[in-house]
Design a protein around this ligand. Structure first.
Ligand SMILES: *Cc1c(COP(=O)(O)O)cnc(C)c1O
Length: 294
């Protein structure tokens, strides 16, 4: 799994009594490179968890080839790349299991909730059982296994269906915001902007991150508080999994270093990209960024 992601990913692994092994990200894409995953595979490896970070997808074609070479399961977290394609095939269609989140800040939302996607009937049936307290179909209230209550309500599902009708419009707006920032911020020295595209995929700019170059005198916190004083909201980047206090305190990841993830975690932040932003709002964000970096 990537070192640079949200803790939900490693929690899913530890909840299954498995051991997460992290792979560093690429400094430019903020995603893992497939070659670095291969270097981390051992005889104990069971699965590869791919996570598309901030709207730019991982090269799933090469990743699936790698998984097949070693006979590994692929889990694809497509929460941040919903609506995008990789080699013309949708994000969320590459894993043995792929996942979506419908948390409020996602491209489409049901308030809370998510979705598991699979082509495997066995996995489907098991997921349906686990989310519903493992009620057995033959005899209700008799349980062979422990599950959870992870049911999505019909109300939320109805909201999700309505949201789905707007997904193309939401994607267009996100990409317009992303392109606007690319055009207007490229002249700022000492910062790097997200990759616009790779040969196999485009960025949907779920969020628009900026990363300070090594030549920058200050870290992300410094600029975030300057922007805050100008009324511009920002958010910090993910904090790497191997540096999470909860895992350190449990004795995990003791000698793990992931320099790229550590660098972007301290030197990256994202700027406003909500669907409700007006052109005037966007101009203000751009002007404020020029001001704090001048
Ligand atoms: C938002 C997000 C999650 C968590 O989703 P929940 O709906 O909060 O469980 C997991 N992975 C990624 C990549 C996310 O962006």
């Amino acid at each position: 799994m990537p070192a640079f992601t949200i803790i939900s990913c490693s929690q899913a692994i530890t909840n299954a009594n498995a051991i997460p092994v992290v792979v560093d990200c690429n400094r430019k894409t903020w995603n893992v490179d497939v070659a670095d995953i291969e270097a981390a595979i051992t005889a104990k490896t069971k699965a590869i968890m791919a996570v598309h970070i901030y709207g730019l997808a991982v090269n799933m074609r090469d990743l699936v080839d790698l998984a097949n070479k070693y006979g590994l399961i692929v889990i694809e977290d497509a929460a941040e790349a919903i609506g995008m394609t990789i080699c013309g095939k949708p994000a969320g269609s590459w894993g043995h299991v792929s996942t979506m989140s419908f948390y409020p800040n996602k491209l489409i939302t049901t308030g809370e909730g998510g979705m598991v996607l699979t082509n495997c009937e066995q996995i489907r049936d098991r997921a349906l059982s686990l989310r519903n307290l493992c009620f057995q179909p033959e005899r209700r209230f008799v349980h062979d296994e422990i599950g959870w209550n992870y049911r999505l309500t019909n109300l939320q599902a109805a909201v999700g269906c309505a949201q789905l009708e707007n997904i193309d419009r939401h994607l267009v707006k996100k990409q317009e915001i992303g392109q606007y920032y690319q055009d207007k911020l490229s002249d700022i020295k000492n910062i790097s902007l997200p990759k616009e595209k790779l040969a196999i995929t485009k960025n949907c700019y779920w969020v628009f991150g900026v990363v300070l170059d090594a030549s920058s005198k200050h870290d992300a916190n410094f600029y975030m508080s300057k922007l805050s004083k100008l009324g511009i909201g920002t958010r910090p980047f993910f904090w790497p999994i191997h540096l999470q206090p909860v895992y350190k305190n449990a004795g995990m990841f003791q000698n793990v270093r992931c320099p790229n993830s550590e660098y972007i975690a301290s030197n990256g932040f994202y700027i406003p990209s909500g669907l409700g932003l007006t052109n005037t709002d966007l101009e203000r964000v751009v002007t404020s960024l020029h001001e704090v970096f001048s």
